[in-house]
Design a protein around this ligand. Structure first.
Ligand SMILES: [Fe+2]
Ligand SMILES: [Fe+2]
Length: 183
């Protein structure tokens, strides 16, 4: 992930939990932009070097899925699920499903890279199909979270709960850094 994640905003400990997640979204959107450019080139029959794809799928798996989605699912969604007699169950279920679909697309992209490098037609089709799905899915997912879900969450979370989440997010970030990930 090194070289891809370069937050240009201050690390402020006073950021709300939703602001931390939105800041992480900007990094994911940057990676999607790079994948989208690659997708277009493949559609125009340009053969990209295999290592062109080495960073973006790894970033999506390790940062977007294992780090960012983990924070949302196990920390924020867990807290919101206890609110308003389960009123968040519907949106949480939908966002979780999108996380799962995203994970499946990243697997497909990763698994098609060797074949793509060998100019295998089926692998190339599989790569393009899953690039398109992954980019579209994540862009819509991030839009929904930033503009709808996080607004609902902010209305429902108390200042104390926001603070607890922010501390947990920081702790996760610290552990990821200690494990050698450049978050
Ligand atoms: Fe999400
Ligand atoms: Fe997110």
């Amino acid at each position: 992930m090194k070289g891809i994640i370069e937050p240009d905003e201050p690390e402020g400990n006073d950021m709300k939990a939703t602001e931390i997640l939105t800041r992480e979204h900007t990094l994911i959107l940057q990676a999607l932009k790079s994948l989208s450019r690659a997708q277009k080139k493949i559609e125009e029959n340009q053969q990209l070097p295999k290592d062109f794809f080495a960073k973006a799928p790894v970033f999506l798996r390790e940062f977007a899925d294992q780090f960012h989605h983990f924070q949302e699912e196990y920390l924020m969604f867990g807290l919101l699920a206890l609110k308003k007699d389960g009123a968040f169950d519907g949106p949480i279920g939908s966002l979780r499903f999108q996380h799962e679909r995203c994970r499946a697309c990243i697997d497909e992209i990763t698994n098609s890279l060797d074949g793509y490098a060998d100019r295998d037609e089926i692998a190339t089709t599989r790569l393009l199909e899953n690039l398109a799905a992954c980019i579209s899915l994540l862009r819509r997912h991030i839009y929904e979270e930033d503009h709808i879900f996080f607004k609902m969450a902010e209305e429902e979370l108390s200042k104390e709960e926001e603070d607890i989440l922010s501390v947990q997010f920081k702790k996760e970030e610290m552990e990821a850094l200690l494990n050698g990930e450049d978050v």
